[in-house]
Design a protein around this ligand. Structure first.
Ligand code: SF4
Length: 346
């Protein structure tokens, strides 16, 4: 049965303090409950052991905690973990823990499905159902932090918004989640350890610059030639490379932060010298780093990983032009947890 009770985590700390004052209690009680909700990530009012039974019952009568449930956890032979996360309305998103010798990274989702329609992406096949709330994003991070401590004996060190969804199409909630993740009243993580990865929504990149955000920006570029990019990322017809570049110039002028480009090289699509030259040209206006990511085929085989000689060609061309480049092996392939594979198949 649908509940009319309000999601308590939609309240600010001040609103929670006011709630207690209005109900004849001390404002301080609001601080205690707020700490349970965020820092201690309580799943129920029952968990709040320093709050009296009467107060917990009063909270129960007025609010719900819409905590996520990890429905299914899959562990890859390389240590990668994929969570199928059930939301309060029974929709499912996925998030991934990616361990390396020096760090543990959470790849989190920001939407159920996606607003965009990249041809190479499994998520694009799920239509966008809704945006995630800040607490649903936060809970994914907490779940992965717990798994990191349990299975890898260390806390989570990094977060990338590279799971399901386009984070800049759910900007306000992503920003609120990051505020909680970085706040001492939440997880207290450094914003420098957070990367928001976008397909490139120019207006929102400018807004991020104006908002003086402290996290890092990555752009899934995949081609610096409009015709090619539009063929694999159709929204590029609406936001062509010139407008993306202009927004990134604005971002760099304001933040002085290096721009990272995520780039997959596909056989027969963007594996020629002219593609690499166009990428160099595109990168020239600001200090840049290119991450070449190994592609994980989704079922239809339309997109195939390029030959290693094409990857080597890209690396040579970029290095000759003094652009930092890394080639990233993909992880978690055996459990469909790699980039572009998240599609609720588990
Ligand atoms: S690659 Fe990202 S932006 Fe593109 S459809 Fe997939 S989830 Fe959406």
């Amino acid at each position: 049965m649908a509940t009319s009770k309000k999601d308590i985590r939609a309240l600010t700390k001040e609103q929670l303090r006011n709630f207690f004052v209005e109900h004849g209690d001390k404002a301080f009680r609001g601080n205690q409950v707020y700490e349970w909700l965020w820092q201690k990530s309580a799943h129920s009012f029952e968990d709040m052991t320093n709050i009296s039974k009467e107060t917990r019952e009063m909270l129960e009568n007025n609010f719900v905690i819409n905590h996520i449930q990890v429905d299914q956890m899959q562990r890859s032979s390389d240590g990668t973990i994929k969570n199928a996360v059930r939301l309060h309305d029974d929709l499912i998103v996925e998030s991934v823990l990616i361990p390396t010798p020096t760090r543990t990274t959470a790849c989190v989702s920001s939407q159920v499905g996606c607003s965009l329609d990249c041809k190479f992406c499994a998520t694009a096949r799920l239509k966008r159902m809704r945006n995630l709330n800040p607490d649903e994003i936060y809970d994914q991070v907490v779940a992965i932090d717990n798994e990191s401590r349990l299975y890898h004996n260390r806390p989570l060190s990094n977060i990338v918004f590279m799971g399901m969804g386009e984070p800049l199409m759910n900007y306000n909630n992503v920003i609120k989640a990051i505020d909680k993740i970085t706040s001492p009243e939440g997880l207290g993580m450094s914003p420098k350890r957070i990367v928001v990865s976008t397909s490139g929504v120019p207006k929102m990149i400018k807004k991020m610059a104006d908002d003086d955000v402290k996290f890092k920006l990555a752009v899934s570029l995949h081609s610096a030639i409009d015709e090619v990019r539009t063929s694999i990322m159709p929204f590029n017809a609406t936001f062509p490379l010139a407008s993306l570049r202009e927004a990134l110039q604005y971002w760099y002028a304001k933040t002085k932060n290096r721009i990272t480009y995520e780039y997959v090289v596909w056989k027969g699509i963007n594996d020629k010298r002219k593609d690499a030259d166009a990428l160099v040209e595109f990168c020239k206006f600001a200090p840049s780093k290119v991450n070449i990511i190994e592609y994980n085929p989704i079922d239809d085989g339309e997109f195939q990983q390029a030959q290693s000689s094409a990857i080597d060609m890209y690396v040579n061309v970029l290095e000759k032009n003094h652009i930092t480049v890394t080639v990233r092996r993909s992880r978690g392939k055996d459990i469909d947890a790699a980039c572009g594979q998240l599609a609720n198949k588990s």
